[in-house]
Write a protein that binds this ligand. Structure first.
Ligand code: FE2
Length: 496
């Protein structure tokens, strides 16, 4: 075993935007029973709400880093008979355990192994910090530069990394797999998976039992960040944007990604049945970046891709290669429509949202077919002031509901010093209409250095929460979550 010496000095986080103020690492592993609840938790919500984020255990090794490189911290709020209990746990990755033993950071900047302490050369750098996914009765912590890590869904103890029975060929796995509501299978992808920097993109299909059903790969025109993708009933679609990866820059200790306006935005559309043999490439007439996707669906031969699009690397935390002073622009929702019966390299663009927004969710029972109702974090300055920028740009000051049939927008506004995170959608019953459910999400109370979990009626956001679960401390802003019903966790079945 390597000899690792703990530093003689104490721990101190830098004063940079990613490590100070409301975004300072929290690092609290807690069990709090019977949180204060205002209002009433709906009986349907008997189960566990999970969300995963980055919460740095130690200050960055080189004194600088981005928010995304923190250690995975899983939050669970277990709800039962109107009661709510909180549990937070770090994911015990190999990296976490090595740094805990050394009492300092050993791994360097985001996704750059050339900046690591020599004692951890070749060791697993995974942070497992992006998406909590409950699938097939298992809880996974996903991060796109590593394989999934499995946790016990009741205790949050780390079980370990999975390779789906040895069938996961690449070293990485997306944080945004799509669960097909018809087949129950998981459609997933991986990039930079056969090497630190690679043009190859892997496609996977996995059953709820964890069996690898399909593996294919195709080559992209460049190696770039690919955070999300889209799946309709008959197609898989990637929007590739030139947030380019560069091995030479990594070797010099630089960031893995940089925005390069000399390249174009490309769209890859793959028929699900035929696979990569039927791949078609399209070129966007405008350079842009997909931040997160909403949904994909088909109307006859027309494939609609709905997603949030920005014209620059907003939210990226990475430099611009060709413009030292870029005009940063926030993302807006757009629908891109492709006539797949035509050979033309073109598509129509329809704006979806009047406000900047991001972190969208739809009713997961209707994913891959048209969803009338879309929920997303938004910045609507008619409701209240824009909050101070955080490490990923200006935070959302509301949750928005877009009714795509009427075009109507409605909002939940949590107050002048509060910001919203991506909510989780739970239908009100198994046969509730599309979009009729509960939204569960964390609200950051900046003026109180504290967080709440709110439960909203998705069809009546403006009425405010039906229940507010008050947390006694601040949770660090996190990314993506999930819901597990009690019956799938081995508890008593829901009572509705
Ligand atoms: Fe994401």
């Amino acid at each position: 075993m390597d000899t690792i010496v703990a530093p003689a000095t104490g721990v101190q986080f830098p004063e940079s935007i990613a490590f100070s103020g409301f975004f300072k690492p929290v690092r609290i592993e807690a069990d709090v029973y019977d949180l204060e609840v205002e209002g009433e938790i709906p009986p349907r919500l008997t189960g566990a709400f999970y969300r995963l984020g980055a919460d740095a255990q130690y200050p960055p090794r080189l004194g600088r880093d981005i928010y995304l490189n923190g250690d995975g911290m899983m939050t669970m709020v277990r709800m039962e008979n109107g009661h709510a209990d909180l549990k937070t746990r770090f994911v015990r990755t190999e990296r976490f355990k090595a740094e805990r033993a050394a009492r300092r950071s050993l791994f360097g900047v985001y996704r750059n192994p050339f900046t690591d302490d020599p004692s951890v050369a070749g060791k697993d750098r995974g942070t497992a910090n992006t998406t909590a996914l409950f699938y097939g009765g298992r809880l996974f912590a996903l991060k796109e530069d590593n394989r999934p890590t499995e946790l016990d869904p009741n205790t949050l103890e780390t079980i370990g990394k999975t390779d789906f029975g040895g069938k996961l060929t690449g070293r990485t796995f997306t944080a945004h797999p799509k669960i097909d509501p018809v087949t129950g299978n998981m459609i997933a992808f991986a990039y930079n998976s056969d090497a630190l920097v690679s043009n190859w993109i892997y496609l996977y299909e996995i059953s709820p039992a964890g069996e690898m059903l399909r593996e294919e790969r195709f080559e992209a025109p460049y190696s770039s960040m690919i955070h999300d993708f889209l799946v309709s009933r008959n197609y898989i679609a990637f929007t590739l944007y030139p947030m380019l990866a560069d091995l030479g820059r990594l070797k010099e200790g630089g960031p893995i990604f940089a925005w390069d306006t000399s390249q174009q935005t490309k769209i890859a559309i793959i028929p699900r049945t035929e696979g990569v043999a039927g791949l078609r490439w399209f070129t966007s007439p405008k350079l842009c970046m997909e931040t997160h996707t909403i949904n994909a669906w088909e109307d006859g031969p027309v494939l609609h891709l709905e997603h949030f699009i920005s014209n620059s690397g907003w939210y990226s935390q990475f430099p611009h290669l060709t413009d030292p002073n870029p005009r940063e622009e926030p993302p807006f929702g757009q629908r891109w429509s492709f006539d797949m019966s035509s050979a033309a390299d073109s598509f129509a663009v329809t704006p979806l949202t009047p406000h900047p927004g991001e972190m969208p969710v739809v009713d997961p029972r209707f994913l891959m077919s048209r969803c009338r109702h879309v929920f997303f974090g938004a910045i609507n300055t008619d409701l209240g002031p824009m909050l101070d920028w955080g490490p990923m740009g200006p935070p959302f000051n509301c949750l928005a509901h877009l009714d795509q049939d009427t075009g109507a927008l409605s909002y939940y506004y949590p107050g002048p010093h509060a910001s919203t995170e991506e909510p989780v959608f739970v239908p009100k019953s198994d046969d509730a209409p599309e979009g009729d459910g509960w939204l569960i999400g964390v609200i950051g109370r900046r003026d109180q250095q504290r967080s709440d979990v709110v439960i909203l009626d998705s069809m009546n956001l403006a009425a405010g929460p039906v229940a507010t679960i008050k947390l006694p401390f601040r949770l660090r802003y996190a990314f993506h979550g999930d819901w597990a019903p009690a019956a799938d966790l081995g508890w008593t079945a829901p009572t509705d």
